[in-house]
Design a protein around this ligand. Structure first.
Ligand SMILES: *Cc1c(COP(=O)(O)O)cnc(C)c1O
Length: 384
């Protein structure tokens, strides 16, 4: 005999399942309406025999590679039974992640709260609010994670926790993840298996997906992670604590003050640090040469890639390198693209700008500090 209570419970569970099915349909439908992101050719002299490609993650509906992460975190939460009808969804993020998550929360008619430092710019708050999210500001930036977890608990909600779940929410085997997409888009190129894929690390999720995927494909492609000057990731990976200044990164989206749980060091073949002036000088050169306005972490990626190109040239190697446009430059008009901001940060771009432009012209990459060279990327890959 089925009691009324048992019947009601089962009925509720069926309702809950119907809601989850509809939620997943809406997220998959967003992906189904979206095109894959382009793989642009970055202009290098063809006779070099080395080709550089930029995968343009700025063209996602929410403007950055965090669109992929937000989609994965929502699907992970839904399929794990953590996100249900009416669940308040919470994240600790002042940046692109919150913008993308607010977009998906709105699709599912769920309240979304971004917990962020009180110093977060009005522009960013406006972007999140424009997607229907709300912002919870805290005075002490180090407390955002605990505050987000607490807020979710208080409201019987779900803390998405990008820094913990990025590496496991993404399907690294396939499902048109960023790595699989790169390999498919390279299929008709003259060097179709990249020698290097070059990315930065914020959560570490993108590098984890790529590093695992290339192993599973039994590919020879190696993964290089470029880290900004103020970040603990390189120091941790290279077991060189002195390499971390302890200061927060100035390159938005990459570089952290703590080694995030989603950072998977053992799939990284090589890492090196990139000075902030190099990142910002290079992002401006990319805009000048390609007409595409890109963000700061893209400058880091391209600087690192050019170092590897220089190294391949000096060894007479041919091949291809793929890196990412992580987001567009519109978000950084008042910072990286503003000369007054750059001066206030005591950053000297000219030597790096000259180094990149001269390299593209002559194939000689001189050390921007000493003017000598050809420099090659500092290499600690021996330890891995
Ligand atoms: C998050 C982010 C990155 C780094 O990606 P992860 O997968 O989090 O390591 C790079 N650039 C920008 C602009 C980002 O927002």
């Amino acid at each position: 005999m089925i009691t009324a209570v048992a019947f009601t419970r089962r009925h509720d569970r069926q309702d809950a399942r119907a809601w989850t099915i509809e939620a997943i349909r809406r997220i998959e439908a967003d992906a189904n309406r979206s095109a894959d992101t382009h793989l642009h050719v970055f202009p290098l002299p063809p006779q070099w025999g080395v080709d550089l490609y930029l995968k343009d993650e700025s063209v996602h509906p929410t403007g950055s590679l965090k669109h992929r992460l937000a989609r994965s975190l929502f699907l992970y939460g839904l399929c794990s039974g953590w996100i249900r009808e009416g669940t308040t969804v919470v994240e600790a993020s002042s940046g692109s992640t919150a913008v993308s998550e607010a977009y998906f929360a709105r699709f599912l008619d769920l309240p979304f709260v971004a917990v962020m430092p009180a110093a977060t710019s009005q522009e960013k708050i406006a972007l999140i609010e424009a997607q229907g999210g709300s912002c919870h500001l805290v005075a002490d930036p180090t407390t955002v994670y605990d505050r987000a977890r607490q807020l979710a608990a208080d409201r019987d909600g779900h803390y998405l926790d990008q820094f913990t779940y990025a590496e496991r929410a993404t399907d690294w085997l396939g499902n048109n993840n960023i790595a699989e997409s790169i390999f498919e888009q390279m299929a008709l190129e003259r060097h179709r298996v990249p020698t290097w894929i070059v990315v930065g690390a914020g959560t570490g999720g993108t590098s984890a997906t790529i590093g695992r995927h290339v192993r599973h494909r039994r590919s020879t492609t190696r993964l290089c992670v470029v880290d900004p000057e103020h970040s603990v990731f390189y120091a941790s990976w290279a077991s060189d604590p002195a390499a971390f200044t302890g200061r927060p990164s100035r390159i938005e989206g990459i570089g952290r003050q703590r080694v995030e749980p989603s950072f998977v060091p053992d799939v990284i073949d090589r890492m090196f640090q990139v000075p902030d002036a190099a990142s910002i000088a290079t992002m401006r050169v990319v805009r000048q040469l390609t007409g595409r306005s890109v963000g700061g972490s893209t400058g880091t990626n391209v600087w690192g890639s050019l170092m590897l190109v220089a190294e391949m040239l000096s060894r007479g190697e041919r091949g291809s390198i793929v890196t990412l446009i992580c987001d567009g430059g519109e978000r950084y008009r008042a910072t990286y693209y503003d000369d007054a901001w750059v001066r206030r940060q005591d950053l000297e771009l000219a030597a790096y700008t000259d180094a990149v432009l001269t390299f593209l012209d002559t194939g000689v990459l001189a050390d921007p500090v000493t003017g000598e060279g050809t420099v090659s990327a500092p290499d600690r890959s021996a330890v891995r």
